[in-house]
Design a protein around this ligand. Sequence first.
Ligand SMILES: Nc1ncnc2c1ncn2[C@@H]1O[C@H](COP(=O)(O)OP(=O)(O)OP(=O)(O)O)[C@@H](O)[C@H]1O
Ligand SMILES: [Mg+2]
Length: 466
Amino acid sequence: MSSSLLQKVGATVVKLSKSLRVQLLCWILLTLFGAIGFNLYNSFWTADATAKLVTDRTLLASARAIAEAVRVDEGGNTQVDVPPAALEMFDTGFGDRVFYQVITPWGSLVSGFPDMPLPAVQRVGEDRIFRGASVRIMMLDHPVVGLPGDGAISVTVAVTHNSQYAMRRQLWLSDFFKQFILVFVASLVTIIGLQRGLAPALRLRDAVRERGRNRLDPLPPEMVQTELQPLVHALNDHMERVQNQMAAQRRFVSNAAHQLRTPLALISTQASVAAREKDADRRDEALVALRDSTRQISRLASQLLTLSRAEPGSRRPRADAIDLSRAAREILEVHAEQALRRDIDVGLEADGPVVVEGDGTMLREMLVNLIDNAIRYTLPNGRVTVAVRRADGQAIVTVEDNGPGIPEAERAQVFERFYRIIGTEAEGSGLGLSIVREVVDGAGGNVTLSEVEGGGLVVTVRLPIK
Ligand SMILES: Nc1ncnc2c1ncn2[C@@H]1O[C@H](COP(=O)(O)OP(=O)(O)OP(=O)(O)O)[C@@H](O)[C@H]1O
Ligand SMILES: [Mg+2]
């Protein structure tokens, strides 16, 4: 069978049923039927050969019986008294007609039909048409004592095919019946085998289905056969990842709640103080503190929102073309007042537009957080430089400051949610660098922290230019 035919059969099998059991059964039965078809074809020709052989033997026996009855009388005449048994041996109940002919070596007819065809070789059966009937025919040369030169007479016997064909049919049918029983038994055994073979997979399906929403402990791989165990391992790995994700989510929610509780408690106290305070100056002081706490909490809320938007899958993928040089300039302009307040010298190094494709809003949020950190954590009179350039098919943004920097041991941790370096005085929620990392990962780039000579931090973001 050619491979394209096999593919077509395979596609039909898959189209007929999506069930693995039915598909396997189809393949096995298809193979079985193919083998049996071949067998039946073969057994037909074997039955045909056997029936021919039996007919030929009978023809030979009949011809010999007739030949042995040939006599030469005293006058030199050849005679034959055909024994009835020689012709009766063909009487098998299928209404066959028998023909014979006996001729002398010089061609004169002794007995039988004068116009019978002569087979080419003696003792070999041939199929011929005689008097409108299809016959099996055989010729035998037999020496007869008394013939001139002890010559041989030729006896030709022919019989119609009824009995031969009936025998062939019978032999073939009995084979057919045997094969049929074989297919039946094989199908039964296959169905039972498939049922048993697929039972563990069905048990696995039920085990997964019956699990509650929060049950994520691993499934025992031994519950299925070796071939299916990688599937169970993959399932277990997946469940472990989901479990870790859920734990991270819980941690995040509890951290967020914790972070919200502190400023909320402060707001409540400051509001009570302001309400009670009679002295106008002291009340103003409490109100300013109340405003700062409110700002802090609103900053935390907006950082939480940005982080949730930056997480993979939370926004539809976008392909805005964003010029990082221009975005950096605009963000620096917005932060100019904050920098001025702290006497920080802010600079931008950009030769021209550096355009990347991605989520414009999120890429801006990334720049906002990096610039905000640099201005916030650099000491007064410090310096912040943002540089945007392109190199090796990448957009490279560096935000450099001459502040305290981040100790090497903490450079990985600062990307974790809510992580803040102990002793950091400036306000913050610890989410800025987590947002940066999510955005950069989502855009297919990377971010690294390093130290500037003489102190300070440089954050380098590399983004692919598509
Ligand atoms: N440029 C910097 N120089 C020195 N330390 C920094 C710098 N940027 C970040 N850090 C340190 O890393 C910590 C984490 O920064 P991140 O931006 O994630 O949070 P945050 O600034 O504290 O809060 P948020 O940005 O969410 O308001 C900061 O608390 C700070 O200690
Ligand atoms: Mg920050």
